[in-house]
Design a protein around this ligand. Structure first.
Ligand code: SAM
Length: 252
């Protein structure tokens, strides 16, 4: 029999979403339930994510992903065209799929360098009936060298992908002028921001905010690093061949 999430998990997510200012309709909660069921089913075959317990899927993966939503709502007011979000290193679709479920108006691109994860995202997009949502099998650095993706997205987000000095070289070249990139970070956020200062500046960004976020019933410290794209990223970036990871900008 297919796994069904408990009503308690769904109710807690709904309450947390309301606390963030999001009102999730029954069909959206149903989408979260089906998404959790898919993650569990696929995890039996592939190692999609380390977190597989139902309670943790809802309270860590889904709730954590939704902490970005208020920012998207705020950004949405800055422009009139359809809003675009790219999620780099999305894995099983996090945070991109929860954000798309909560804010269906956004056009979403889910990007990962691992083929089986992209295959899962394609299955989830289809099963949940998510429109204007694309899953791309690519490395961020390669994508940013293609004109149809370079500096195109209002918001570029990433969760648990790389240390910030490396991550900004993945995200900022894809972010459009005036847009923002958001790095979802843990307790080391402040130190990471300090280490990434030079890279942020070189790539055309400016640190806008380090916003603390809290999850229900958890006391681990988290933060959103919000970087505004102010100037075009120089042509030389992002570098290919693993350079952002092996020799982050500003490292000695
Ligand atoms: N964001 C998801 C989450 O929070 O559960 C997945 C995190 S997982 C630890 C990191 C993912 O980033 C992996 O799926 C990996 O394949 C992908 N990744 C790492 N470097 C990447 C790059 N340069 N471009 C695209 N994907 C990348």
């Amino acid at each position: 029999m297919e796994y069904q999430p408990s009503l308690d998990s769904i109710q807690k997510l709904s309450t947390f979403a309301a606390h963030l200012g999001l009102s999730l309709a029954p069909h959206q909660l149903e989408q979260f339930a089906r998404y959790a069921a898919l993650i569990q089913a696929w995890n039996k075959k592939f190692n999609l994510t380390a977190i597989v317990e139902e309670e943790a899927i809802f309270s860590l993966h889904f709730a954590d992903s939704l902490t970005v939503a208020p920012l998207l709502v705020q950004e949405r007011m800055r422009f009139s065209e359809p809003p675009t979000l790219m999620d780099i290193g999305t894995g099983a679709g996090l945070p991109g799929i929860p954000l798309k479920i909560a804010l269906p108006e956004w056009h979403v691109w889910l990007v990962d360098s691992t083929a089986k994860k992209v295959q899962f995202c394609k299955t989830a997009i289809e099963a949940l009936g998510l429109h204007d949502t694309h899953a791309l099998h690519a490395r961020a650095e390669e994508l940013a060298r293609r004109p149809e993706h370079r500096e195109q997205y209002h918001v570029v987000v990433a969760r648990a992908v790389a240390p910030l000095p490396t991550l900004v070289e993945y995200l900022l070249p894809l972010t459009r002028l005036g847009g923002v990139c958001i790095a979802m970070k843990g307790r080391q956020a402040q130190e990471e921001v300090e280490a990434a200062q030079r890279a942020i500046e070189v790539l055309g960004g400016v640190l806008e905010q380090l916003q603390p976020v809290a999850l229900p019933e958890r006391d681990d410290r988290r933060a959103l690093v919000i970087i505004r794209k102010q100037r075009a990223t120089p042509e030389a970036y992002p570098r290919l061949g693993g350079a952002p990871r092996n020799r982050p900008i500003g490292s000695r």
